[in-house]
Design a protein around this ligand. Structure first.
Ligand SMILES: Cc1cc2nc3c(=O)[nH]c(=O)nc-3n(C[C@H](O)[C@H](O)[C@H](O)COP(=O)(O)OP(=O)(O)OC[C@H]3O[C@@H](n4cnc5c(N)ncnc54)[C@H](O)[C@@H]3O)c2cc1C
Length: 385
């Protein structure tokens, strides 16, 4: 039997791999996507709560976020699939001088890269988020063009589009080796067979390090456990995604929004980080997050929680993604380490990867790639990771 040959093979049918495959297919490439799980989006993608923002602290992420927003906000109109996109904006609340200074300090860079964002005073913020605890509130930022969508519906929509463009999928198949000859990728080995290609994209999410090692490379991505939950549906009362960066014992930032169908969906960052790939939810998450939610928005006390779950952030040491060509293996492309923002960055990163692989850069790609370079020193930490 002859080996199937592809222009590019994407490892991972998740938040990043799916848009990367479809954008490469749009450029005329013959693409294969391999995923160890049974269907699209079964890794971290389905665990995301769906927040989509360009409100970041670094130029590359702002730019990729703005690019992704274009894809999400126009998808239904252009392609017809419902992905539950809602443009409610993002609101970062400040109760301490520390956050007030941080958010105001970032406005200049955010605005200079085209982000629509402003500082709102106490009263304006209280109008935007009715019922917000006024005690100690100093104000916050609001970026009205950010929003949210359903990660599962979006991934499915991208999958359908990719299939219609001729992308081949192999589910339930694990990549075990990346074959090389004289410093060049020549194929991929899986637990079920092998495929020939000159280009491999590592979109392996929290498992990206194992994928890199299958090619004799490495990447500093670790799986970092985060839990989330969803309440019963309520009448609309909350427009933006609300983010609170204040740490409390056991947790750091947390964020929540009201889904288009009425449920409030929320997530928290544990402190210290829970490094590992155990995806079983815990009994300690809900009491911790509920206290913080009710403290910030007392009316939340009346909502019943329906379900909680646990997923993995693909974390990098500095909180920024790793995207670009490998220095030591021609044809190998990094598209990993999305941290807590892979759903919102996915289309932007996917389109960037497609331009990189086809050698058709857009203006500004070189700066983005320099900032996210696999060879960068992981020193400076992204402030809104
Ligand atoms: C609780 C929670 C809430 C979150 N909320 C948000 C949010 O609101 N907004 C946001 O943008 N992000 C959010 N995230 C983060 C987001 O889910 C991730 O950043 C994103 O899904 C990562 O995308 P990815 O494509 O890199 O990885 P994934 O979506 O996990 O895709 C990687 C895929 O690679 C496959 N794979 C790996 N290794 C192999 C192999 N060897 N062979 C074959 N297949 C392989 C996996 O099976 C997987 O399907 C949240 C995450 C969690 C856990």
């Amino acid at each position: 039997m002859s080996t199937a040959v592809f222009d590019a093979i994407v490892v991972g049918a998740g938040s990043v791999g799916m848009p990367a495959a479809l954008f490469m297919a749009e450029k005329g490439l013959k693409v294969l996507v391999v995923d160890q799980f049974a269907s699209p989006g079964q890794g971290s993608n389905k665990c995301a709560i769906g927040g989509i923002r360009a409100t970041h602290s670094t130029p590359a992420k702002i730019r990729l976020g703005l690019d992704s927003l274009k894809t999400f906000s126009t998808w239904h109109q252009i392609h017809g699939d419902e992905i539950d996109w809602v443009q409610g904006g993002y609101c970062f609340v400040a109760y301490r001088e520390e956050e007030e200074r941080l958010f105001n300090g970032l406005l200049k860079i955010q605005k200079s890269h085209g982000l629509s964002i402003d500082w709102l005073g106490r009263q304006e913020l209280a109008n935007l988020v009715p019922g917000l605890n006024p005690e100690g509130l100093r104000g916050g930022t609001y970026s009205p063009e950010d929003g949210a969508a359903s990660p599962m519906l979006a991934c499915l929509a991208f999958y359908r589009r990719a299939r219609s463009l001729g992308v081949t999928f192999r589910f339930g198949e694990r990549v075990t080796g990346i074959m090389r000859r004289r410093g060049q990728v020549v194929g991929v080995r899986t637990d079920k067979g092998g495929y020939a290609t000159g280009t491999v994209v590592n979109a392996g999410g929290p498992w990206a390090r194992t994928v890199a090692q299958a090619g004799g490379l490495d990447t500093p991505v670790v799986p970092d456990c985060h839990e989330a939950g969803i309440t019963e549906a309520a009448a609309p009362f909350l427009k933006p995604m609300v983010v609170d960066l204040r740490p409390t014992p056991g947790s750091r930032n947390y964020y929540f929004c009201q889904h288009v169908k009425g449920q409030v969906i929320f997530c928290i960052t544990p402190d210290p980080a829970l490094i590992g790939s155990d995806r079983r939810e815990t009994s300690s998450f809900l009491p911790m997050v509920a206290r913080r939610l009710v403290d910030l928005l007392p009316r939340m006390a009346n909502l019943k929680v329906r379900r909680t779950w646990r997923g993995l952030y693909p974390m990098t040491p500095d909180g920024s993604p790793i995207v670009g060509r490998a220095r030591d293996l021609s044809g190998y492309v990094h598209a990993e380490g999305m941290c807590g923002q892979g759903f919102m960055l996915g289309p932007g990163v996917g389109a960037l990867v497609a331009r990189l692989v086809t050698g058709q850069p857009a203006q500004g790609d070189d700066q983005v790639l320099a900032e996210l370079s696999p060879a960068r020193s992981q020193g400076r930490t992204e402030a809104l990771k």
